[in-house]
Design a protein. Structure first.
Length: 366
């Protein structure tokens, strides 16, 4: 994808039938490219467009769309410029696309998520999405921050849904960009229902959930052979009932709490009261998959105290179970420069820190 490339003034030729090229042309124009279109299979015509491009400078890039990929005449383009092939784009506007942005920076977004943003007219973004980076992924789109913060919903859920429907009914492609995966504590099903009730086309682009990715980034697998063959993901928005805590304690395996920092004391207290051993390994992974990621490990009985001492704040993922011991293995690994997921050139392992309940010393870990 060329979404992150500055195409201002670059001549681009888009090859394909009009019913398939509309959004592609629009996307490259939003990126600043000077776009020419060739919509018929004719050897001489395609060659002429590639040579002339937009004006006299000659096309540097050709985008061959949909059925045009089978036109034999497009073979000659590869001798003249860079050729990118794309599937047929839909001209259907007035639609809603729920997109999971993943748990961290742009590097955790899927290719389909990037494509959806590139076609967006409007982006309604959660606070967990990197709003500051969206201009390069959704060039020319209107970006609206509708993110919720703990205890403060600046834009209530029903207003988000109303705004989403209103913009789509104006004939716009609306991307509802959500942290993690839209269906993991993301109220994605409610937003799909609102689009369906309004008679709008709606699709969902799955995202990487923090329930798995964030512990993994700290060296904690949620499952491990002969250690844990199951994991349970629990919303930490509200304290556990005694029945819920007892069920989790009996079930065993790995427990993952999302959005539970505010309720860390009642959550851990409930599990201890339900019979979970105080020495059960536990961890809190803060700001996962960002350059500021850090993790704290502690026995369950001291986790809330240690987290308060370290001033842990949201967003963070809480992991409870024997798999947390693997973070010690991770801490002893040979470190290398890790790929960046933040768009800043710094990988999450380079600034992340690990704390243990054994003392104030900090050791480097991913």
């Amino acid at each position: 994808m060329l979404i992150e490339t500055d195409l201002t003034g670059v001549p681009v030729v888009v090859v394909g039938v009009p019913s398939e090229t509309g959004p592609v042309v629009e996307r490259y124009e939003r990126c600043g490219a000077v776009v020419s279109v060739w919509d018929q299979p004719a050897a001489a015509g395609v060659a002429d467009v590639a040579a002339a491009g937009a004006g006299h400078t000659g096309a540097r890039l050709a985008v061959v769309v949909g059925r045009a990929r089978s036109w034999p005449e497009t073979t000659g383009l590869r001798k003249r410029c860079i050729v990118v092939e794309e599937p047929a784009a839909s001209l259907s506007r007035g639609r809603v696309v729920l997109v999971g942005a993943g748990p961290g920076g742009p590097g955790t977004m899927t290719v389909d998520a990037v494509r959806a943003l590139a076609d967006a007219d409007v982006v309604l973004a959660d606070r967990l999405a990197s709003v500051g980076d969206l201009a390069r992924f959704a060039p020319g789109a209107e970006i609206v921050d509708v993110g919720k913060r703990p205890g403060h919903h600046a834009v209530p859920q029903r207003e988000i849904e109303a705004l989403m429907v209103e913009r789509a009914q104006q004939g716009l492609t609306v991307v509802r960009l959500k942290g993690g995966d839209p269906y993991v504590f993301g109220r994605g099903s409610e937003e799909v229902a609102a689009a369906v009730a309004a008679g709008l086309p709606v699709t969902v682009v799955p995202g990487v959930t923090s329930a798995v990715a964030v512990p993994g980034a700290a060296g904690i697998p949620v499952t491990q052979r002969e250690v844990s063959h199951l994991f349970t993901v629990v919303s930490g928005h509200a304290p556990l009932t005694s029945e819920q805590a007892a069920s989790l304690a009996r079930l065993g395996g790995t427990i993952v709490f999302l959005m539970g920092v505010q309720n860390l004391v009642p959550l851990t207290s409930a599990l201890l009261a339900a019979g979970l051993d105080r020495d059960t390994p536990a961890a809190v992974v803060e700001r996962g998959l960002t350059p500021d990621m850090r993790s704290l490990t502690s026995p369950l009985g001291r986790l809330a105290e240690e987290a308060a001492h370290a001033r842990v704040s949201a967003p963070a993922v809480i992991v409870i179970g024997d798999v947390v011991r693997q973070s010690d293995v991770w801490a002893r690994r040979l470190t290398v420069r890790e790929p960046s997921t933040s768009g800043t050139g710094t990988g999450p392992g380079e600034r992340a820190q690990r704390h243990t309940a054994s003392g104030p010393e900090r050791v480097e870990a991913g």
